[in-house]
Design a protein. Structure first.
Length: 252
């Protein structure tokens, strides 16, 4: 092949290719790293605080503990990472918006009563010959011994027309969990902390079959693009937020 495809795909990289093949090439083949944004920084910070929170025993998972964890993590790591990403005059507002996401968890569930069996669970496996890698924010086993997969979101709750795209990533994780014999998945949940709102769906065999078919199709298309050295652009409203817009031929 003229271009070498990446050694593995992730649900997010599959989504990138579906959104715009050229953006996929820039990031996953050319290796151009996009700088952090306020949105990605907030997502990472909130995810890490909740990861630390659910690593603690049930009875101590209080808002006060979360506040202490957030303060320590910010001082030790994120205060430096935020420099150059968050405007200095907006830093306090950024921290408050991040905290509201964390605090909203208690409007959705009681962490002292919530069972979480795995946190930031790494998945490495194949689906129909396609090598995949990803991390599940959290999952637990329900009373029937089946898995419920949860994914934290710090962005806006999507409209009905966009829900399928958001659940697609979780269907891939569900298929991988079953393929790796971790367990059968009964339900997937999108936990929108900013909302606050939880969107959930029961997982069906048809959902998993469609997800695997999409993975295989996208991998075939990526290989074909690498072979022909042709990665087309796909313009949309998302282009307004794309880091590569200035060098994209569609916007030259």
């Amino acid at each position: 092949m003229a271009f070498t495809p990446p050694p593995h795909l992730s649900p997010s990289s599959i989504n990138t290719f579906q959104t715009c093949p050229l953006k996929f090439k820039y990031s996953k083949i050319d290796g151009i790293r996009e700088p952090a944004t306020e949105a990605t920084l907030m997502g990472n910070f909130v995810h890490e605080v909740l990861e630390l929170l659910y690593a603690q025993p049930h009875e101590v998972r209080t808002p006060d503990l979360a506040k202490n964890l957030a303060r320590s993590l910010w001082d030790e790591k994120y205060s430096d990472e935020a420099i150059g990403v968050v405007r200095e005059q907006s830093m306090n507002d950024f921290r408050w918006r991040s905290w509201f996401c964390i605090e909203n968890l208690w409007k959705l569930e009681d962490p002292t009563q919530t069972n979480v069996d795995e946190i930031e669970y790494e998945l490495n496996g194949d689906l129909n010959g396609v090598t995949l890698k990803g991390f599940v924010d959290r999952f637990h086993y329900d009373e029937d011994g089946r898995i419920v997969v949860g994914d934290y979101k710090t962005g806006k709750v999507p409209g009905k027309n966009w829900e399928d795209d958001k659940f697609f990533q979780l269907y891939i994780y569900a298929a991988l969990l079953q393929e790796l014999n971790v367990g059968d998945v009964s339900k997937v949940e999108l936990i929108y902390l900013k909302g606050p709102k939880v969107l959930n769906r029961t997982v069906t065999p048809d959902d998993l079959e469609k997800a695997v078919e999409t993975v295989v199709t996208v991998k075939r298309d990526i290989d074909e693009c690498c072979e022909t050295e042709t990665f087309n652009t796909k313009t949309s409203r998302l282009c307004d937020w794309c880091y590569f817009k200035k060098q994209c031929p569609a916007w030259a």
